[in-house]
Design a protein around this ligand. Structure first.
Ligand code: CUA
Length: 200
């Protein structure tokens, strides 16, 4: 591919735009305000950029990818591995799949006042998940794993709502999670064949 002609064309277009901009009469005061607005925008972008570097800001998924079309064949998100799992160290992990128009598994029970890592994937389109009274609010983008660690402050029924428009049934896409007092909660027992952490 010829790069030189493209470069020349770009330079020409740039020169043209610059000369046109210079030809426009901009009032002195207006020019001042344009400069101030640009500086403010630059300041905000700068703050976000610096903050992202220093605090390691990144998408909630940490850009972990997954093949949405073959979730049923995927080790982690195969049907048997969905729901609540507790590893040897007592860490609680919940794996859930969002699909038009429900969250699977349909119902789970988790302990209150315990950090719970929720891992979400979508099997079709963009969904969202919002659990009021917690920090749980994320997009579930097809092809990516969304991971959030949250703690349910007290026992009760917590609604799980889809907060991204995903189709005609979007407003029916909700379920709930039963949060049980820490001392009353027992980890679900799974058969050794599919239980435990199958992270290979
Ligand atoms: Cu799923 Cu809206």
């Amino acid at each position: 591919m010829q790069i030189e002609p493209i470069k020349q064309k770009c330079a020409l277009v740039m020169r043209d735009v610059c000369s046109q901009l210079q030809a426009i009469h901009i009032d002195h005061l207006e020019r001042k305000w344009i400069t101030i607005s640009m500086l403010v925008i630059g300041l905000f972008v700068g703050i976000i950029t610096v903050d992202a570097f220093f605090h390691g800001v990144n998408p909630p998924s940490k850009v972990e990818t997954v093949d949405s079309a073959s979730l049923h064949l995927n080790k982690e998100f195969a049907e048997d591995n969905l729901g609540v799992q507790v590893d040897e160290k007592g860490n609680v992990t919940v794996r859930m799949v969002a699909g038009r128009y429900a969250f699977f598994p349909k119902h789970i029970s988790v302990p209150a006042e315990t950090p719970i890592t929720l891992r979400w994937v979508s099997m079709d389109v963009l969904h969202g998940v919002h659990i009021p009274m917690t920090n749980m609010s994320t997009m579930i983008v097809p092809g990516y794993v969304a991971e959030i660690t949250t703690t349910f402050p007290k026992p009760g029924e917590y609604p799980v709502l889809c907060n991204e428009y995903c189709g005609l049934g979007h407003n029916h896409m909700w379920s709930n999670i039963s949060v049980i007092a820490k001392e009353d909660w027992t980890a679900p027992v799974k058969s050794p064949a599919n239980g435990g952490s199958n992270n290979e």
